[in-house]
Design a protein around this ligand. Sequence first.
Ligand code: GLC
Length: 438
Amino acid sequence: MLKRKWMFGLVLVLIGSMFLAVGCPDPEVEPDPDPDPDEIVLTVAAGAVGIELELTHDLAEMYMDENPDVIVEVIDTPDSATERLSLYLSFFEAQSPEVDIYQIDVIWPGDLAEHFIDLYEYGADEVVDDHFPAIVENNTVDGRLIGIPWFTDAGLLYYRTDLLEEYDLEVPETWDELEEAAQIIQEGERVDNPDFWGYVWQGDAYEGLTTNALEWIDSNDGGTIVSPEGVITINNQNAIDIVNQAAGWVGTISPDGVTTFAEEDARAIWHTGDAAFMRNWPYAFALSASEDSAVTDVFGVGPLPAGLAGTGSATLGGWQLAVSTYSEHPEEAADLALFMANYESQKHRAIEGTMIPTIMDLYEDPDVVEAHPWFEDLFDVFINAVARPSTATAPNYSAVSEAFFTAVHDVLTGEMTAEDAFEELELDIQDVTGLEIE
Ligand code: GLC
């Protein structure tokens, strides 16, 4: 909360100072008596989930060492992708040059393309083939490369190896098995620890809930909200059934408060050893394995459970680096973005922070393999992750997602059944997109 307020303040200050700069010169700002004409300041708006921000600072330092004429400033942005988007939109509305590089979500290129330069015009063609083609394609809008892939993401199941052993259970492969195992472990652990929960995940009304709910629905053969061909499919029985099932977890195997949880809220409970299972992204691995974690060497990670589809689904996440159209230094900013997404930079973030690389060769890099052999085990999960319908609904994806996560949230909090919520939702999505309903 503190952080949110701080961010909001930052926007006001930045936008305010911009208007000041344009409208009336600020008498209090002393001009630098000896400005270095060659010095350029580049500002990167970056995520701060877990240790993400520290890792970005590392890259900024590395770049400045190699480029003494450039000062890289890193500003942190809200953890919630939904709030981060609102912040970015306020910068775009003001056509603000204050931020040169934005860390953008894999779902945003279609909605935000106009605010970013084409990196193909700044040397990206030389490196783009090193990255997963599907992400490059995702980031290409009308032939323009909107963002250079930085790291990819996929939803994973974290489980406690010690507790599975203690209760003589296997890693759950279906949602029903997860429910059962969570229940058994929770009951047993509660004897000594009243704060213990079976399963923690992301249930707040924000983009993270869209990713969780898409995993339930896709793994239950319930489609992807809107199909890749642009047909609205959400109002179907398999989708309804699994979301009703998930609503049954709230207050039973998951805390009531899970409907206000984002990634770091779920991780906080897991980190102190108070949960048997957690749904989260790969970044949580490095932190769970860190010295101050209660689960350091008693956890494992694998694919999420399956429903009717027979195999689990992982929502495709991940972040790109994009250069603002309103930057005063597009060339230098593009150079920095390409540096931050290059082999060595991604390697550093992969080893230290388990941020999953988008450069394919890194999966065979001996240092990466040695540090995180599980990258290879889960390679198929990463490359087969299910995409949110951001391309099919562009430039209205965020509105579609908001309608979706609001509807799912209403079901989780018991305000509506999934039957009623999805009947309304398909009409809302039609209103927003003009697409056909199946
Ligand atoms: C992760 C994913 C991103 C997703 C977000 C939702 O940051 O990488 O794609 O939108 O989580 O909370």
